[in-house]
Structures are given as C-alpha cells and as structure tokens.
Design a protein around this ligand. Structure first.
Ligand code: NG6
Ligand code: CA
Length: 489
C-alpha cells in the first residue's frame, strides 16, 4: 500500500454470535477456519464489548458513538419502527464519507426506517442513505420480523406495484386473507417455541403481520448469497477509491435456515450450520479482496452485536445438539443474549490488516462505541461534540498501543447496567426475573449488588460485593455519573 493511501475498512458484524462460537476463541465443537485465519494478520481481543446485550442499542452505539441510554428509543425495534438515528447526527459512515470514502451497509439494519406510518410502496424518506451510507441493501429489522423484503437504498426491491405491501404490528391480525402460524400451523416447516406465531413467510412463522409484496419476499436460504453478492460488487466497483462497508451478517440469529449447501455442515444442527455459513462468507470476502488486489489495503474488523442464545423462539433442536457436543456458545462466560452477565455484551472482536498487524492477543478493554472516534482520529476528522462516549482508540485497535479504556459500560435487555473497571465488574441491583425460562438465560438480575473479580472469576460465580463495599459504592456512583453526565469523552 502506498504511504498516502488510506485503508479500506470492512466491518463484519455477526448477529448473536457468542464468545465461544469461534474456534479461535477456544470454542468446543465448532470449526471456523476462515475467521481464524484473520488472526494470521490480526489481533484477537479477549475483552471486547458491545454496549448492549441486544441488537438495536448495540448497533446504535456502534454507528453513533454514544451509549444507548442517551436515546430512549433504543429498544429491540419492531419491523415498522421509524429510524432512530437522526439525519443530522455524525455517524461512523459519515466519518468515512467526510474523508472521501464511499460507504455501504449490506445486511441486517434494525435501526428503523422512515419517519412514522411508513408506506412500503413509496420511496422511503429516512433510510441508511440519510445517515451516511452511499449505498444500502438491507432487511429492515431481523430475519424473524416482517416485512421479509430487501430495501435497496429507498425502495423495496422487486416490488410489484399491483401487489402492494402492508405491514402491521398490532396484537390481532388485521388481514383476514393471510396465512398465520396460529391459524395454519400445518404450513410451518420450522415450529416456534415462543412468539413467532404471526405471519408465515417461506414456511416460517414471524413476528408481525404482512400482506402483499409476494414478488419481493426473500428466501431465508438466499440471504447469505444475496448479501455477499452485493458486498463483492461494492468492493469491485470501488477498487480505485477508499471504501467502508458495514457488512451486517444475519447469522446466527433465528430463524436459522442455512443454504442447503450448509445443512449438516456442523453436526450442531441449524445453529452450527449457519455459523459454518457465516465462516464461509468471511473466506469469500477475503478471497474477493485478494482477487481485487485489495487485501493489504483493507482493515477487516469482525465482531458481534450481542451474546448467544440457543432457543430464541424456534424449535430447531439447538439446545440438545449443543449440549450433546459440549459446545458452549458463550464459552466460559455466564449468561448470554439479554443478560447483564458477561455472556450478554462481551463478544468476539478481531481486527485484521494483512501485512500491517502481527498476530497477537490483546486483553485491552475495548468497546464498539469507540469505533466512531477511533476512525475519526485515523482519518483526521473532527468530531465536534458528537459521539459523546467514543474514545480515540485507533492505536489500541491496530495493536500499536496498550493505553486502554479505563471502563466498559453496557446494558442488558431491561436497560440495567454493568460497569467494568480493570479486573472488577459491577452489576447494578434491580427488580425483575433472574432467569428467562424461554431462552434458558441467566439474566444477572438481582436485588443485591454484584461484584466479580474478572482476574480469576471470568465465569462470575463468586459475588464478592459484601467483601468490597467500598468498590461497590464507588462503581455504583460512577454509573450514576455516566447516566447523568452529557458525555464520557
Ligand atoms: C425477541 C424475539 C427474538 C429476537 C429478539 C431480537 C420473541 C419471543 N423473541 O423479542 O426471537 O428476535 O427479539 O433479537 O419474539 S436481536 O438480536 O435483534 O436483539
Ligand atoms: Ca443480535
């Protein structure tokens, strides 16, 4: 790479991939050779975090550099929610754009579209294209929420105007003429365990009701190829100028419906098979960059939005098969998706840059909220007052410095927080259920304060709060300070 050329950046962001789901993170019973290979020129962060144990808030922080609590709309959004990133806000793609990059988001969005009462048959006025992406090819929310269509830039892709789409998230189905999982369970090829009993699309029950748009529906089996194809196309079209791609994979989120080529690939059932599919995508991405002569000019970041879950609402046999093979999606961590324990927001994080980074492991505390400020500092972009929680950590991310974040601050599904400072992790006390019996997740909720020493208790088994009330008080005060302050940067 010539000295004055800025590197391309591709952020590969998995959905619900756990700390124990990659072989390079010591995952038992999984093989992810392509992700592992990123480490031949990459850093494996052992203490990397998103800001939330669920998707929308984690992605909000990733793209805006602010903690989710600053925007009260950062909950798991329905498929017809308005866009929660305002148009004027500085975002990660805007940082790249102002440095001359072309930017794209391809994959899962889940940050809302439009400005309320969205008409899916018209141009959409508030899309990723309004918050910094030159090109977008997304599905609106999750692969288990309607509408099951792609949005390319401002329009539903492949929509027949004579078969308009309607979407509803009311409790009762407002359309008499559609198939629902409750009415027509015989049409399901994958049964639900909880929720997912509304519209049936492609033989799978979903959250929300939709009618029409038949030509525009995606097939779960094709999502991977459809996204990968666009990623490759965007790379090829931009091989002469710098680009940023937010490649938001849908795996291994439910419903787990791999392409037939990956059925049975893992021995762990559909969840393992879609992880094999995800790994294949990373291999394809790297090969394509190589073929375009761009691998050495491209930083690849690999991470996940939140921790893992086995039964997230469909009976795909994941709990039994994972137990049988002793695969633990969260590895040594306690809890998982939705949880305030480490399994919720501590995720795999790899930064790879061929011929620039030597293989290494880092235990630096790093948060995805820092990507905005880190790339701004790499590119000389002034943040002004935006991205109030994002720290300049580019040298840590590229393995050139060990001056690290002093604290990690993240939330669970219920928006209760945990704070990590050095070896200590403190979980705020609060009301609520301790275990989600649907997903079989320990949520970390307790009326008692919890303090864990991460140096010898990564599995958070021994609450030592009573032995260190001074630390508990100090950390609790710090959480209040963060929540009442305007910024942490
Ligand atoms: C939950 C869904 C779950 C998943 C999650 C969002 C039910 C019973 N559960 O409400 O399946 O879609 O929302 O996941 O409907 S996330 O990764 O996008 O945060
Ligand atoms: Ca997720």
């Amino acid at each position: 790479m010539s000295a004055n050329k800025t590197p391309n950046v591709i952020l590969v962001y998995a959905d619900d991939l756990g700390y124990g789901d990659l072989s390079c993170y010591g995952g038992v019973g999984v093989e992810t050779p392509n992700v592992d290979r990123l480490l031949e020129n990459g850093i494996k962060f052992t203490d990397g975090y998103s800001t939330s144990a669920v998707c929308t808030p984690a992605r909000y922080s990733l793209l805006t550099g602010e903690y989710p609590f600053r925007n009260p709309k950062t909950h798991i959004l329905p498929g017809d929610a308005s866009c929660i990133i305002s148009k004027e806000k500085l975002t990660l793609p805007k940082v790249f754009k102002s440095a001359g990059y072309n930017t794209a988001v391809i994959g899962k969005w889940h940050l809302g579209l439009g400005e309320g009462n969205l008409d899916w048959n018209e141009e959409i006025t508030h899309t990723p294209n309004d918050v910094g992406f030159d090109y977008s090819f997304i599905f609106p929310a999750t692969n288990d929420r309607v509408p099951c269509v792609y949005i390319e830039n401002r329009r539903v892709k492949g929509l027949d105007p004579d078969d308009p789409i309607e979407v509803s998230y009311t409790d009762e189905c407002p359309y008499e003429d559609i198939v629902t999982a409750t009415k027509n369970p015989e049409l399901l090829r994958m049964k639900h365990s909880h929720g997912h009993d509304q519209s049936v699309v492609n033989g799978v029950g979903r959250i929300g009701y939709m009618r029409g748009g038949r030509d525009a529906l995606w097939r779960d089996e094709d999502l991977t190829e459809d996204f990968l194809h666009r990623v490759k196309g965007f790379i090829s079209a931009n091989n002469k100028n710098p680009f940023f791609i937010y490649y938001a994979l849908h795996q291994p989120h439910v419903p787990r419906v791999p392409n037939p080529r990956f059925v049975g690939a893992s021995g762990l059932g559909p969840r393992g098979d879609v992880i094999a599919e995800l790994d294949w995508c990373v291999g394809e991405l790297v090969s394509h960059l190589e073929a375009e002569g761009l691998l050495e000019d491209t930083i690849i970041i690999f991470s996940s939005d939140n921790g893992p879950v086995l039964d997230d609402g469909y009976l795909d046999d994941s709990p039994r098969l994972n137990r049988a093979s002793r695969h633990k999606p969260a590895g040594p961590l306690r809890g998982g998706k939705y949880s305030k324990f480490e399994g919720g927001a501590r995720v795999p994080l790899i930064v790879s840059w061929a011929s620039h980074i030597k293989p290494q492991t880092s235990s630096a505390l790093v948060s995805q909220v820092d990507f905005v400020a880190s790339f701004a500092s790499m590119l000389g972009v002034d943040l002004g007052d935006w991205a109030p929680d994002s720290l300049h950590m580019i040298d840590v991310l590229l393995g050139k410095s060990h001056i690290v974040r002093e604290e990690i601050f993240a939330e669970d599904l219920a928006k209760s927080h945990f704070l990590r400072q050095g070896k200590w992790t403190y979980l705020q006390p609060g009301e609520g259920i301790a275990i989600n019996y649907h997903t079989d997740t320990e949520l970390g909720t307790s009326l008692d304060p919890q303090l864990y020493n991460m140096e010898y208790d990564i599995g958070q088994r021994e609450n030592v709060a009573q032995l260190h009330m001074d630390i508990v008080e100090k950390m609790d005060k710090r959480i209040q300070e963060i929540k009442t302050g305007e910024r942490t940067r």
